[in-house]
Design a protein around this ligand. Structure first.
Ligand SMILES: [Zn+2]
Length: 374
């Protein structure tokens, strides 16, 4: 990946490039961002830049031998460590490793803005917590003891170091203390608060902010040919998360408006018959639409929160949606809305862990119903 393939983040890119050009790149860096921040793509672009044989002022050349390998994620001096959950593994270890590496490369090509959940779905991981194992950390140490193959430097990208097994983390700590010469570590984390403080203190922190709405919108319109009016709506829901914005492109959002309004009415009126029927039709949606419906509902709750706190000027919804939000906020207190947001959050969490969509939706409906209309 090149820097130019990543929208926005002008200052962060410049900071990284200037460090390389000024020859003061830290040997261990921690790229930190919340869920949806483009810190992994940034690490990929940075690795490309470090290896590039003909670095430009603001990007890698994209055509030299090193670039062409890095753009396919097959450069022998760019190493990756990433979490895996238990995968059925009846093959011998080398074959398994080769297959996972292949999946990882194509995942980066196809979904460079993807998150851990996308990755787990991509390689068919089981519904278990993904981890970076102790074996993996031994592998890192072994790799680092070798000289670079083609480039003057080696780059080791560790994605989600917060998911390192404690003994793996201790192994890494030793290397971070005395990094091998010509080796650059890039730790890419979405939850730096879960990292060992000793790891954080040994790295230089690069904070990667979420994108601005305009940057997400521009990307959708220019790169993905999304209609401007639709892009405007998606941006409201995505809140700077490009990965989420991309998944929202295919969602039938007009249905969501209708579905959400009817759902809330049924909750308010305690119309249990309708709620059961809705749980059935929710169950029949594909996984992505289910997820989008939750994201949409969450956004409508937040919009209602604004309306209920008389901050209508900050409302981002328009037209029919705004009308609903205004009416809805009259029957809701701030407390009720906050509780509903928590309930939606919990439901999303369970959906992601593959619980029964019907049961989750029905349970959520009953809880929201008794929250709105106790
Ligand atoms: Zn190049």
């Amino acid at each position: 990946m090149k820097f130019s393939a990543i929208p926005g983040l002008t200052e962060t890119k410049k900071l990284l490039i200037d460090a390389v050009r000024g020859n003061h790149t830290a040997h261990a860096q921690l790229f930190v961002g919340t869920e949806g921040a483009l810190n992994l793509p940034l690490a990929l672009a940075f690795a490309t830049y470090l290896h590039c044989e003909n670095k430009g002022e603001d990007d890698a050349c994209g055509v030299c031998a090193a670039c062409s390998k890095n753009l396919k994620y097959i450069h022998p001096d760019t190493h990756f460590v990433f979490p895996l959950s238990n995968v059925k593994n009846d093959k011998d270890e080398d074959r398994f490793k080769a297959e996972i590496t292949k999946s990882w490369r194509s995942f980066l090509q196809e979904q460079p803005f993807g998150n851990l959940n996308d990755w787990t779905n991509y390689y068919g991981g089981e519904d278990k917590q993904a981890l970076i194992s102790r074996e993996e950390s031994r592998e890192i140490i072994k790799t680092l003891s070798l000289k670079p193959f083609e480039s003057p430097v080696k780059v080791m990208i560790i994605w989600q170091p917060e998911l390192m097994h404690p003994s793996a983390a201790n192994g890494i700590l030793k290397i971070l203390e005395e990094p091998a010469p010509h080796t650059y570590f890039i730790l890419v984390s979405n939850a730096a608060d879960r990292l060992l403080p000793t790891i954080i203190s040994r790295t230089q922190i690069v904070t990667v902010p979420l994108l601005h709405d305009e940057e997400v919108e521009q990307y959708l319109v220019e790169k993905l040919a999304v209609e401007a009016s639709k892009a405007g709506k998606i941006v409201q829901l995505a809140e700077g998360n490009l990965n989420l914005a991309q998944t929202l492109i295919d969602s039938p959002e007009d249905d969501n408006t209708k579905r959400f309004t009817e759902w809330m009415r049924a909750c308010y009126k305690r119309n249990y018959g309708s709620l059961v029927a809705m749980a059935d039709s929710y169950h029949d949606l594909d996984k992505l639409s289910q997820k989008n419906m939750m994201a949409y509902s969450m956004n409508m709750m937040r919009e209602s929160l604004l309306a209920a706190s008389s901050a209508t000027a900050m409302n981002r919804v328009r037209g029919e949606e705004l009308k609903f939000v205004q009416d809805f906020s009259k029957v809701m207190t701030l407390e009720k809305i906050e509780k509903s947001v928590t309930l939606l959050n919990d439901a999303t969490y369970h959906l992601e862990r593959n619980g029964s969509a019907k049961m989750i939706f029905l349970d959520l409906s009953l809880k929201i119903s008794s929250t709105i209309n106790p």
